[in-house]
Design a protein around this ligand. Structure first.
Ligand code: LLP
Length: 434
């Protein structure tokens, strides 16, 4: 989790930077990422893989959680590969300095442009369905190097998480059905346009249980055995991501070390019991790498008290910079940046500024009486916030800064209202009407 400190006046500090100062310098809403927390999470994954898995391993960052040039470069410098799911994420990874052969491309409906960009940069393509294979067989020029390919299949594993972020059950849009696996593997034998390097499965996200990951290891070892028996010298086994994080105090996820230990031991055991040489173990964490490292700063604005019912306290952002509460009923915690220790005076409903009643960031938040202009911090917003942000109501996206040892650096400029007009085109005849 992120380390917060207090200065002599009991104001909150992250990465050596006073949060309300950052709000003053960069404006609000503001995404703040703590470099030390990010690097510590990367090192936990790397260290745990090395400690708990006797074979080779490679952690891969699921960049959908928070994709930027800085993030690409930071995780690559920690020895991570990158998982991308679109030309946009792929370009961000490449421009961020990640070598193509450390990138894997996912997606259940990749365009020809995305497949070609990946192929030309030596990116491993994770085939999700027959359409991917058909397109690739057309796109790879005759006589050229084959594409590096992994196969994603649906492992048929249920887990307890929000239905929108479950992917391992059989009725999922992602991956080949397990019943199709054998015929797909046969189809790929000796083909000129692809070299099968590995198998992939992912069961879902924000998962606290360990058993589904153990079950997955067994299912995947079975698939590995099948692939090798059919004649594919498959070396990579990618077990996906999914480790949950603590958003509120009642959340109790396993530690990174414990998750990796259980997964690594399960893969090791499932392979040994089948007499399989150990594959290279890959995992794809997103949320557990970045969520805790991020906080969002807002300024408090208006309030509305309905006597006997509720007080709505508004901030200057909302569902456009954090769509998770309205999308998944996600819970967060928050406090005032300069008065984190003051005892609460009231319980409020924290709302955003969007024209939508569901634009509620936090329900039942106990706070000291917050005046207009005070800075409020929402915790654990590093994952799936900036990457899922929108311009709903034509509200510009916030800036993002990285903090480290008392320094702050801009990593994403604040959008300006004019930026939002950049792609609007006024048809000539409307202009003529003046
Ligand atoms: N690998 C694959 C193939 C994935 O689809 C995902 C997430 C991950 C890895 C990373 O999973 P993580 O370690 O972050 O759980 N927007 C949702 C989460 C969607 C996750 C989609 N796939 C949310 O805000 O909760």
């Amino acid at each position: 989790p992120i380390t917060t400190e207090l200065d002599a006046q009991s104001r909150l500090i992250v990465g050596g930077c006073q949060l309300s100062k950052l709000a003053e310098c960069y404006g609000t809403p503001l995404y703040v990422l703590d470099e030390a927390t990010l690097r510590a999470a990367c090192q936990s994954y790397r260290g745990a893989l090395q400690r708990h898995y006797p074979g080779p391993s490679l952690p891969i960052y699921a960049s959908k959680a928070n994709s930027s040039l800085m993030m690409s470069s930071l995780v690559a410098s920690e020895g991570f590969g990158l998982d991308v799911v679109s030309a946009g994420e792929l370009l961000t990874a490449l421009k961020g300095g990640v070598p193509g052969d450390c990138i894997v491309l996912h997606g259940n409906n990749k365009s020809d442009q995305e497949l070609l960009l990946a192929y030309r940069n030596g990116v491993t393509i994770v085939a999700d369905n027959q359409h991917d294979l058909d397109r690739l067989s057309q796109l790879v020029p005759v006589g050229a190097d084959p594409a590096n390919l992994m196969l994603r299949f649906t492992p048929g594993i249920e887990c307890h998480t929000h239905e929108y972020i479950r992917t391992g059950h059989l009725d999922s849009k992602f991956g080949f059905d397990p019943d199709q696996l054998e015929s797909v593997l046969n189809q790929l034998l000796g083909c000129r346009w692809a070299r099968l390097t590995g198998l992939h499965a992912h069961i879902g996200s924000q998962i606290f249980e360990l058993e589904p990951h153990q079950d997955l290891a067994d299912v995947m070892a079975g698939a590995l055995q099948l692939a090798r028996r059919l004649g594919h010298p498959v070396m990579d086994l990618n077990v996906g991501g999914g480790l949950g994080v603590r958003y509120v105090s009642s959340d109790d996820p396993p530690s990174i070390d414990n998750w990796v230990k259980v997964v690594a031991e399960a893969v090791n055991q499932a392979c040994r019991s089948r007499n399989l040489d150990l594959p290279r173990l890959m995992c794809e964490p997103g949320r557990s790498l970045v969520a805790a490292a991020g906080v969002t700063l807002y300024r408090v604005g208006s309030r509305k008290t309905i006597p006997g019912l509720r007080t709505y306290l508004s901030v200057d952002g909302g569902m456009s910079d954090n769509p998770r509460p309205i999308t998944y009923q996600s819970l967060y915690t928050a406090c005032l940046a300069d008065r984190p220790l003051d005892s609460p005076d009231e319980t409020i409903t924290l709302v955003g500024k969007h024209c939508e009643s569901g634009d509620v960031l936090l329900k039942d938040l106990a706070l000291p009486y917050a005046s207009s202009g005070e800075v409020l911090v929402v915790f654990a917003t590093g994952a799936y916030n900036v990457s899922m942000s929108s311009n709903y109501n034509r509200i510009p996206r916030p800036a993002a800064v990285l903090v480290h040892s008392g320094h702050s650096e801009l990593v994403q400029r604040r959008e300006q209202p004019e930026d939002l007009l950049r792609y609007d085109v006024m048809p000539e005849r409307f202009v003529a009407l003046g």
